[in-house]
Design a binder for this molecule. Structure first.
Ligand code: ZN
Ligand code: ZN
Length: 242
């Protein structure tokens, strides 16, 4: 079966995310648009994942717990998890690796934890968009210990991507799925980076505002609509013709 997806969406917990991007509004918007599978991936935190998960069950949208991790090299990596507990444990670990710099709301925006009923529970004091102490080459194994997978984010972006910040895809990388911002660049990127030949290539909205969440325009072929099936697919090398 083919399922529509958008696996890179920011909530009001990301300083750059809209204050209107409450979990209820994101999942409600996804349901309205007819998306099958979404992931809320805030910068360096899974703090709103639990609320998103509850709402996903309510609205019939499969919600994958996630985060957009910033590595020590300021490379963005989407990390997805099998369940909330693992995501929250990873989130705690990442928090311990954040630079101890406080957020300045006036300069960067609010970082709000919300519940499924639109209540703001608390705010995150440390600035979440900073780099962590986690190096890119350590992400795969660390995320794996939390039963998660890594997907280098918007690799064609001119900043905060593996290609922009490291210049190339390290040949000893282990990831099997990569995110491209402009899917039209796919063939060119694969041509320039043979590592991508064996990768599943996905594209997401990276929405910071509700209206930017994707319409059901991108699809994944999955045996069933489940997180296990999705992550198993992303974890396997891409085989042409599959
Ligand atoms: Zn990013
Ligand atoms: Zn993002």
């Amino acid at each position: 079966m083919k399922y529509s997806y958008d696996l890179h969406i920011h909530s009001c917990l990301s300083p750059c995310g809209s204050d209107d991007s409450l979990p209820s509004n994101i999942v409600g918007m996804a349901a309205l648009k007819g998306l099958d599978i979404i992931a809320v991936t805030d910068h360096n935190s899974c703090g709103n994942s639990r609320a998103v998960d509850k709402l996903g069950n309510e609205y019939g949208v499969l919600t994958v717990p996630g985060m957009e991790l910033t590595t020590a090299e300021e490379v963005h990596v989407v990390c997805l998890f099998h369940n909330i507990e693992s995501a929250e444990e990873f989130s705690e670990y990442v928090h311990s690796k954040l630079l101890p710099i406080e957020n300045n709301e006036a300069a960067f925006g609010k970082q709000q934890f919300a519940d499924e009923d639109d209540n703001i529970i608390k705010t995150e004091p440390l600035l979440l968009i900073n780099a962590t102490e986690i190096p890119f080459d350590g992400v795969y194994d660390i995320v794996k210990t939390y039963s998660g997978i890594m997907i280098p984010a918007h690799i064609d972006k001119s900043s905060t991507s593996v290609l922009s910040n490291m210049g190339f895809i390290p040949p000893d990388s282990k990831f099997s799925t990569a995110e491209i911002k402009h899917i039209g660049y796919k063939e060119r990127l694969i041509g320039e980076n043979p590592y991508l030949n064996d990768c599943n290539i996905i594209t997401n909205s990276d929405a910071h505002y509700l209206e930017d969440i994707n319409e059901p325009i991108n699809f994944l072929e999955l045996r069933e609509k489940s997180i296990d099936c999705l992550l198993d697919t992303f974890n396997k090398k891409y085989i042409k013709g599959r």
